[in-house]
Design a binder for this molecule. Structure first.
Ligand SMILES: CC(C)(COP(=O)(O)OP(=O)(O)OC[C@H]1O[C@@H](n2cnc3c(N)ncnc32)[C@H](O)[C@@H]1OP(=O)(O)O)[C@@H](O)C(=O)NCCC(=O)NCCS
Length: 271
């Protein structure tokens, strides 16, 4: 009963699942799973078996997630802060949103090296190729962890990636999350981001416990402010020197908010 057992679990190896089942049946005092960040299948197995996310183990050249289960822990999986999207995508017929994945490295690199996208990112530095690869391959793990939901905005007519939108669940204790987005230039001015923001907000209010959805824009980013207003957000605060700007400067941030009730009122007024 007092053993402390560690298992390196891979989602694609049936023998690992069998070993996990055997170990669980032996009722150890503490069972630890080591899982690669890029292995959401194994993370889902751990969640379903009632394991608790514990932290990260740094190894030369890679990092593993650490999950644990103590004797007497509940057997049910913990509820997810960011559940999977029903059917895997959100669409209004014009744009379709689906989770970011490993296949998006080229598109994500193109988008996130555009100067205007870099300048509106935090921090305003282009991601390295390694960072892009990591963001794409760890997107599902972040979603499972309830920290962020990264979505690609597709042109529904062609299926081509047009941009991205993300929900950052930064403050679960107060039910507040933030959205951020950017679009490739050929797709701008067609209402895509407004539609994506509305789809994401409807999903967040219907499927998660998020109550306040916020977004921030630089004072000179009129396009982003219009997107938020068109999507039903209202201006709420002006935060001086809120964000790191280029070359060590600081920039002000105009903060917008959307509440579930705002969205319902908007829907019932037919806007
Ligand atoms: C800001 C951005 C996401 C807008 O996306 P978009 O899909 O072109 O926006 P939409 O087509 O949904 O436009 C919504 C409204 O904003 C207006 N708008 C969009 N870009 C604008 C601009 N640069 N200047 C003024 N108005 C603009 C549109 O005309 C539209 O207004 P309307 O409904 O009154 O006609 C896009 O320009 C972008 O990716 N910019 C760089 C990254 C960025 O700034 N991200 C946001 C960080 S906070």
């Amino acid at each position: 009963m007092d053993q402390d057992i560690s298992l390196l679990l891979r989602g694609d190896r049936p023998e690992d699942r069998a070993e996990l089942t055997r170990l669980l049946a032996s009722e150890p005092g503490r069972l630890e799973l080591l899982i690669a960040w890029e292995d959401p299948a194994a993370q889902r197995i751990a969640m379903a078996a009632g394991f608790t996310r514990e932290g990260a183990r740094r190894l030369p050249g890679r990092e593993l997630q650490v999950w644990s289960r103590l004797a007497g822990d509940p057997t049910e999986p913990a509820p997810r802060l960011l559940p999977d999207i029903p059917g895997g995508e959100l669409t209004d017929g014009v744009v379709t949103l689906r989770p970011l994945g490993e296949q998006d490295v080229a598109f994500y690199t193109e988008l996130h090296t555009l100067p205007e996208v870099v300048n509106t990112s935090v921090p305003p530095i282009p991601p390295t190729p390694e960072e892009v690869r990591r963001r794409c391959s760890r997107s599902e793990a972040q979603w499972l962890a309830g920290t962020r939901a990264d979505l690609v905005i597709l042109d529904s007519a062609t299926g081509a990636p047009a941009g991205e939108i993300a929900v950052y669940y930064q403050e679960p204790p107060t039910n507040q999350a933030m959205i951020g987005y950017s679009l490739l230039p050929p797709y701008r001015g067609r209402g895509f981001t407004t539609r994506a923001a509305q789809l994401v907000a409807l999903w967040a209010f219907a499927e998660t416990d998020i109550v306040r959805l916020i977004a921030g824009t630089a004072p000179d980013n009129v396009g982003s402010q219009r997107v938020l207003e068109r999507a039903g957000f209202r201006r709420e605060a002006y935060l001086s020197s809120r964000l790191p700007g280029p070359d060590g400067t600081r920039i002000d941030d105009i903060q917008y908010v959307l509440l579930a009730g705002d969205l319902l009122a908007q829907a019932s007024s037919g806007d």
